[in-house]
Unconditional design. Sequence first.
Length: 77
Amino acid sequence: MFRTHIKLERSAEEERAKLAGLTGDEYDAQWRRWREASETVQAAITAYAEAAEASRYQLEQTVKKAVRHTQEDPAGE
Protein backbone atom coordinates (compact mmCIF):
# COMPACT_ATOMS: atom_id res chain seq x y z
CA MET A 1 0.00 0.00 0.00
CA PHE A 2 2.41 2.68 1.12
CA ARG A 3 5.04 1.48 -1.34
CA THR A 4 2.81 2.45 -4.23
CA HIS A 5 2.01 5.83 -2.72
CA ILE A 6 5.65 6.50 -1.97
CA LYS A 7 6.66 5.50 -5.49
CA LEU A 8 4.04 7.86 -6.96
CA GLU A 9 5.09 10.72 -4.68
CA ARG A 10 8.75 10.18 -5.52
CA SER A 11 7.89 10.28 -9.23
CA ALA A 12 5.98 13.54 -8.78
CA GLU A 13 8.92 15.06 -6.90
CA GLU A 14 11.32 14.00 -9.63
CA GLU A 15 9.11 15.66 -12.24
CA ARG A 16 8.96 18.83 -10.12
CA ALA A 17 12.73 18.89 -9.82
CA LYS A 18 13.07 18.87 -13.59
CA LEU A 19 11.42 22.31 -13.73
CA ALA A 20 14.63 23.93 -12.50
CA GLY A 21 16.26 26.04 -15.17
CA LEU A 22 13.55 25.56 -17.78
CA THR A 23 11.75 28.43 -19.47
CA GLY A 24 9.09 28.93 -22.10
CA ASP A 25 7.62 25.90 -23.84
CA GLU A 26 10.03 23.50 -22.13
CA TYR A 27 8.87 24.76 -18.74
CA ASP A 28 5.21 24.51 -19.73
CA ALA A 29 5.61 20.94 -20.98
CA GLN A 30 7.50 19.86 -17.85
CA TRP A 31 4.98 21.62 -15.62
CA ARG A 32 2.21 19.55 -17.24
CA ARG A 33 4.20 16.35 -16.59
CA TRP A 34 4.67 17.35 -12.96
CA ARG A 35 1.00 18.27 -12.61
CA GLU A 36 -0.09 14.91 -14.03
CA ALA A 37 2.22 13.03 -11.68
CA SER A 38 0.99 15.10 -8.75
CA GLU A 39 -2.65 14.50 -9.65
CA THR A 40 -1.97 10.76 -9.86
CA VAL A 41 -0.52 10.57 -6.35
CA GLN A 42 -3.26 12.79 -4.95
CA ALA A 43 -5.96 10.57 -6.46
CA ALA A 44 -4.30 7.44 -5.07
CA ILE A 45 -4.06 8.96 -1.60
CA THR A 46 -7.67 10.11 -1.70
CA ALA A 47 -8.94 6.71 -2.86
CA TYR A 48 -7.01 4.87 -0.16
CA ALA A 49 -8.08 7.26 2.58
CA GLU A 50 -11.73 6.92 1.57
CA ALA A 51 -11.55 3.12 1.41
CA ALA A 52 -9.78 2.89 4.76
CA GLU A 53 -11.92 5.62 6.32
CA ALA A 54 -8.67 7.29 7.30
CA SER A 55 -7.56 10.89 7.35
CA ARG A 56 -6.51 11.88 3.85
CA TYR A 57 -4.33 14.63 5.28
CA GLN A 58 -2.55 12.25 7.67
CA LEU A 59 -1.92 9.75 4.89
CA GLU A 60 -0.54 12.44 2.59
CA GLN A 61 1.78 13.75 5.28
CA THR A 62 3.03 10.23 6.05
CA VAL A 63 3.80 9.62 2.38
CA LYS A 64 5.54 12.99 1.94
CA LYS A 65 7.65 12.47 5.07
CA ALA A 66 8.65 8.98 3.91
CA VAL A 67 9.80 10.33 0.55
CA ARG A 68 11.65 13.27 2.03
CA HIS A 69 13.42 11.12 4.61
CA THR A 70 14.61 8.55 2.07
CA GLN A 71 16.17 10.98 -0.38
CA GLU A 72 17.45 14.49 -0.69
CA ASP A 73 15.19 17.08 -2.31
CA PRO A 74 15.64 16.45 -6.04
CA ALA A 75 15.15 20.15 -6.74
CA GLY A 76 18.34 20.90 -4.85
CA GLU A 77 20.50 18.71 -7.03
